[in-house]
Design a protein around this ligand. Structure first.
Ligand SMILES: [Zn+2]
Length: 439
């Protein structure tokens, strides 16, 4: 059968990883039509079946699902290195919040473009964002061609963009309507933390998320300070406090979850909450180490995120996977505790499950054609006995040569297609000469 509407047959010269839990395939290719994976199979058979398709060969290529960075504050790339090596509370109160108080839309546009350039270069195809001026971000992300879940931060106090939670929710209703026909641009509801939002606002955000079938994203149990503070204000742990307010459920995406009691873990599992693990940020801010092995063992869906670039200091999912795979082994004194396959799942399909979207993070028929090519002809990637191990433990963002979202190339042969990278870098350099928070 010839299929005339088929537009692209992408050949993995070396390996094709379709799902994190399936064995990588050799001599295989993926067939893409209208932004969707039609099927995959042996290259020779697919070429015979789809004779009119455009064929692109990546002779030393490993094709894999694109990464889902399940938690970041993308525009914070412009705060990269603004202040390092101090505690979270001081970092927020003395550096980040004062700089953010002066945020404007121009900053957001420039910063989002830079973050997208960095993420595409690192093989990220979808990101889940909590920040401000998400309307400006949606614009840039749409122009660049990435997929995103964008959440406007909600607080008890005015944010740099909105005076209160009601205004944020009003804006979210407008954005959902404007982007209802664009499945790359999605929205979430984002109360910042249990200690920067009152119980009223938390409940209001949760019922809004339920009403509009949106993921509810919150930073939870990140630091010992937060844990102790919740015990003293509410006589219970952060997780149980949110449970009392009715927030725990399958649409809740709890970011960090470092400070947990054993029954908190049971509760998260019972309620079907997804957790986003951000190990580099947790270590850099001295917050602690999330008990990821226990979370996985309890059956919790654990996705992976970089957090913002001010606390990481990059948006590199390949680096984050390497770190996430090694850290629990050192904690448990057991190299078998979290496997490379599990960590690849955390960086891909688990992010899709957290967002309630099973069409991303895998390359099964019917899934979105969001994928990357890694060039294995690099000294640090040879020999290649196990492509999953290579991705998690050896590859770096410089090895990503091609990135497709919705079947469209955002990077090809290591060149960004939708972003004027030299122009962007020049704009960032002039920004650096006069950062707005010093005005
Ligand atoms: Zn965060």
């Amino acid at each position: 059968m010839n299929n005339d509407s088929t537009d692209l047959l992408l050949v993995a010269g070396e390996y094709l990883i379709t799902s994190p839990n399936k064995r990588p395939l050799e001599d295989s290719c993926v067939v893409i039509s209208d932004g969707t994976v039609v099927e995959y199979g042996k290259t020779r058979q697919m070429k015979a079946k789809y004779q009119k398709a455009r064929v692109m060969e990546r002779s030393s290529g490993l094709i894999a699902p694109g990464f889902i960075n399940c938690h970041t504050h993308a525009p914070m790339v412009l705060f990269r290195g603004i202040c390092d090596d101090i505690p979270l509370k001081q970092w927020l109160e003395e550096y980040i919040f004062p700089a953010e108080a002066k945020l404007n839309k121009t900053f957001i546009r420039l910063a989002t473009m830079l973050a997208c350039a960095e993420m595409i270069r690192g093989g990220t195809t979808t990101f889940v964002d909590m920040y401000f001026f998400e309307r400006e971000m949606a614009n840039v992300v749409d122009e660049v061609g990435m997929r995103a879940y964008l959440g406007e931060g909600i607080f008890d106090f005015p944010s740099p963009a909105f005076e209160n939670a009601d205004k944020v929710l009003e804006e979210t209703v407008g954005l959902i309507e404007e982007y209802k026909d664009n499945d790359r641009i999605n929205f979430t509801v984002d109360p910042h933390t249990p200690y920067t939002c009152s119980s009223n606002i938390l409940e209001k955000a949760a019922s809004f998320a339920k009403e509009h079938s949106l993921p509810l994203v919150i930073h939870l149990a990140e630091t010992k300070w937060e844990f102790d503070e919740t015990i003293s204000s509410h006589s219970t742990t952060p997780v149980k406090y949110l449970d009392e307010l009715g927030l725990l459920g399958p649409n809740l995406v709890a970011v960090h979850c470092v400070w947990l009691e054993d029954d908190d873990i049971e509760l998260l599992a019972q309620k079907g909450v997804s957790v986003v693990h951000c190990p580099e940020s947790n270590l850099k801010l001295g917050s602690g180490i999330s008990p990821v092995a226990k979370l996985l063992e309890a059956g919790i869906n654990v996705a992976l995120g970089t957090d913002g670039a001010a606390s990481n200091n990059n948006l590199d999912m390949l680096g984050e996977m390497d770190f996430a795979a090694k850290l629990p082994k050192g904690v448990a004194l057991d190299p078998a505790v979290v496997s490379a396959e599990k960590v690849l799942d955390m960086a891909t399909a688990a992010g899709g499950r957290a967002m309630g979207n099973k069409a991303i993070g895998m390359l099964e028929p019917g899934c979105k054609a969001d994928l990357i090519v890694i060039d294995l002809d690099r000294p640090h990637l040879r020999p290649c006995y196990n492509p999953v191990s290579q991705l998690v433990y050896a590859a770096s963002n410089r090895d990503v040569t091609d990135v497709l979202v919705d079947g469209r190339f955002l990077m090809t042969n290591s060149e960004l297609v939708t972003i004027d990278e030299p122009g962007l870098i020049e704009a960032i350099k002039s920004f650096q000469n006069q950062p707005f928070w010093k005005e």
